[in-house]
Design a protein around this ligand. Structure first.
Ligand code: COA
Length: 169
């Protein structure tokens, strides 16, 4: 559950209390995305997301560049999602606005899929995306994720659809 080594131009490391200002900065640079739901880019939202991740057995990573600057966050439940031992779930993948569209999200996703497959024996990765986020829907489709099931209204008023990718390396 420690650091995922970087072979690329980024590294992943679970966030600590010292990283909270940087996490908040990523949230502030993602307000366009947060506005699609109900969350504001506030310290309370960050705390809530970290608490939810810990409760669900998640790993909340910072995505860092070579200079150690946080460019995004990734929250992953590595195993046991939906009661399935070998199913992982991506709770959140959020690249700060200035760094999007350069392939970072795709590289991070490819990297974490390998890690989940090898270190957690995951054989499928699931994710949920809001139906009012067509750019993200395109992104996930291009990374090989298929829609499963019908869109569902969530308690927070957003509508999401479940995505799934079988891991087979
Ligand atoms: C979706 C996201 C993680 C993709 O990461 P990324 O590093 O921008 O993605 P890549 O550069 O690897 O791929 C680019 C593709 O991502 C998608 N994308 C989604 N939002 C985007 C944005 N604001 N800017 C650029 N591309 C975006 C597009 O489909 C784009 O491909 P296209 O424009 O050529 O069709 C990232 O854009 C992001 O964090 N968006 C806001 C948060 C979000 O929507 N997260 C997913 C919710 S489940």
């Amino acid at each position: 559950m420690g650091t995922v080594a970087a072979e690329n131009d980024f590294s992943l490391r679970p966030v600590t209390a010292d990283d909270l200002p940087a996490v908040l900065a990523v949230y502030r640079q993602s307000e366009d995305f947060l506005a699609l739901g109900t969350a504001a880019a506030s310290p309370e939202t960050v705390q809530k997301d970290l608490a939810l991740s810990a409760e669900a057995g998640g790993i909340f990573y910072g995505i860092f560049d070579r200079d150690g600057l946080m460019r995004g966050v990734l929250d992953v439940i590595p195993a046991g999602f939906g009661g399935e031992r070998f199913h992982a779930f991506i709770e959140l993948l959020m690249i700060a606005q200035p760094y999007r569209g350069a392939g970072l999200g795709a590289r991070v996703l490819a990297h974490i899929e390998q890690f989940l497959y090898r270190d957690h024996l995951a054989r499928a990765v699931l994710a949920a995306v809001q139906t009012n986020n067509p750019a993200a829907l395109r992104f996930w489709a291009r990374q090989g994720y298929n829609t499963i099931g019908a869109p569902e209204l969530q308690p927070d008023g957003t509508t999401t659809v479940m995505l799934r990718k079988t891991l087979d390396f």
